[in-house]
Write a protein that binds this ligand. Sequence first.
Ligand SMILES: Cc1cc2nc3c(=O)[nH]c(=O)nc-3n(C[C@H](O)[C@H](O)[C@H](O)COP(=O)(O)OP(=O)(O)OC[C@H]3O[C@@H](n4cnc5c(N)ncnc54)[C@H](O)[C@@H]3O)c2cc1C
Length: 413
Amino acid sequence: MADLEDFHVLIIGAGSTGLLLAQGLKQNGIKSTVYEREDSSSYQTRPREWGMTLHWGSSFISKCIPPAMHTRLNEICCDPFYGDNDLTLPHYNGKTGEKLFDMPGEQPRRISRRKLRNFLSEGINYGKELKSISSDGPQVIGSFADGTSAQGTIIVGCDGAKSIVREVLLGKDVAKLEDIDINMINISCAYSADTAKLLRTKHPCFKNSYHPTQGTMFWQSIQDVKDPGRPETWLFQNILSWIGAPRPEDLPDQASRTAFFKSKAEEYAEPWRSGALEIPDDLTFGIDRTTMFTPSMSWSDVLGGNVTLAGDAAHAMPPHRGQGLNNALEDAARLVGELTAARDGKKSLNEAIREYEEDMRARTLKEIPISVMQAKMVHSWEDLMNAPMIKMGMNKLKEENKKRAAASAESSS
Ligand SMILES: Cc1cc2nc3c(=O)[nH]c(=O)nc-3n(C[C@H](O)[C@H](O)[C@H](O)COP(=O)(O)OP(=O)(O)OC[C@H]3O[C@@H](n4cnc5c(N)ncnc54)[C@H](O)[C@@H]3O)c2cc1C
């Protein structure tokens, strides 16, 4: 293995994946540098903020951060004042407000994307947009839009679903995201104190609902609580999603998007209804397409095998089963383990990267079809009522498989 002094990992993208990877490498004494295309102010103030349910992935955060940070994990919660109260996710009939089922998860926590990034961020090189990658003997070189470049032992593309590193490895056509024609409104905003209190009535943290005749899913959750005594300052996340039309091009201006959102919400029970009807007049939002990328191909023969992908750059999936972040965190922790083994001379760098990729592929090639199936199913009331997810919860696929296998072995014995 290369001399410890020379071993340097270039991480492209300061999202949750890239930052956790950097933390884990640091814990193991491996030098890394994170390059982020946004500048330091837009990185902090970017409007694209959302909540995510952290469940089985939290153990991978703990593996990569120093002990002093373990006790601070509460800081990343949307509502850091909520404590260890009930976090079983309830699902409702959106029209009547009747509860359909509760979905358990492995120690779920509703966390803020922005807070997680801030919690993990340290030593980021801002304003560094990767444009291309080349190799120079055993070294790889990343070149940035500002004309600078950086040389390292390995480049890890953690640059999100629209990854440039993936394009370099696979070419534009193969690296392209697939549009699965599920569209969504995803907003975060504050309300009057009365409405804010109403929005927390069915569950203080999160709840999901499905409309029996509209074919829409309506998610509502707390996004940020700075002062528990001032409900008018609390931020809430609302997601309305549906299959097919209207697509982004069908709702080209804010007035048409707001009118569409409110027209769907009119047919929902409280508190989803007020969550849409009472959004601030000046709130702007777009319509997001849902996309996927399945890492079914190998990229190990490109650039000496010293460039790889992690997180959404490696595997993009719809958010409806809440697995993207949790898999991204596992990628980061596993890559830390493999690169540490390579640094310690237990395997070659190429073997370490291949073993990481094999695990990541096997795990996500199983997960992506399930996430896509669930994303489609929740928009069909009939399919939903017959859904295995009601029994499976948010648990990791491997665990579910183990339990199902055990159950079927028991019934056949
Ligand atoms: C509405 C919604 C809800 C979700 N809910 C959940 C959930 O409940 N549970 C769950 O597990 N997952 C959830 N997800 C998925 C989760 O958000 C993602 O899987 C996760 O954020 C991916 O992190 P990442 O670091 O891989 O990518 P990103 O967060 O996209 O970070 C990529 C970073 O790379 C930077 N970058 C991009 N290109 C370049 C370049 N050329 N050069 C340098 N830097 C670059 C970007 O600026 C960005 O900072 C949800 C997603 C959405 C949209």
